[in-house]
Design a protein around this ligand. Structure first.
Ligand SMILES: [Cu+2]
Length: 199
């Protein structure tokens, strides 16, 4: 009798199992769109600067990798996906290759790496303002992003314990170095376009 009861329970659990899983899947799908974008910001630049760049975290919640195909912004006449590459001793920018966001992973767009280049700004960028960017992904389709216009690094990257502080100094050093390299390359006429304060 007890054995029968256990069998009955087992059958019940097995037959309800798939229904439960289906619910779990639906719940997960409701919780997250396949692609979310976090910590998006655009670097504030002085009014004389023609160009800036946007940075953010691309967060892929799906089981397949996705590819960022393009980005659009009303701030600039041209918006391009760029990457910073090292050629010998020089850092320079070029149109990015395949911008792959791994499945269940995050791809950071950051200074010194892949970034969204805003070329020929239409009006000055005011710190504290917000702007809208439209990203197009191969699988996730169009994703609209609200980005903050910020000076330099966002607050989340400034921590005040000494270790992180040192690390952030190193980072600043590094970007300043890259910045100079890009400038010197620009002076030699090799850079693709003028690139003032952002990379
Ligand atoms: Cu660039």
């Amino acid at each position: 009798m007890k054995l029968l009861f256990i069998q009955f329970l087992t059958i019940t659990v097995l037959s309800f199992g798939p229904i439960w899983n289906k619910h779990a899947e639906l719940f997960a799908a409701e919780k997250h769109p396949p692609m979310t974008v976090e910590q998006a910001w655009v670097r504030a630049v002085p009014p004389v600067s023609k160009n800036s760049a946007a940075y953010m975290l691309l967060h892929n919640h799906s089981d397949d990798e996705d590819i960022l195909l393009s980005a659009q912004s009303d701030l600039a006449s041209v918006t391009e996906l760029h990457e910073v590459v090292k050629k010998g001793d020089l850092m320079s920018m070029q149109p990015a290759g395949r911008v792959v966001v791994p499945s269940h992973g995050i791809l950071p767009l950051k200074p010194g790496g892949i970034h969204i280049m805003l070329i020929n700004l239409k009006s000055p960028l005011k710190t504290g303002d917000q702007t809208t960017l439209r990203l197009k992904f191969k699988n996730a389709g169009e994703v609209t992003v609200t980005a903050q216009i910020l000076e330099g690094m966002p607050d989340s990257e400034h921590h005040h314990d000494s270790k992180a502080h040192d690390a952030s100094h190193t980072t600043h050093h590094h970007s300043a170095e890259e910045h100079n390299k890009i400038h010197s390359e620009h002076a030699e006429g090799k850079a693709m376009h003028k690139h003032s304060d952002s990379n």
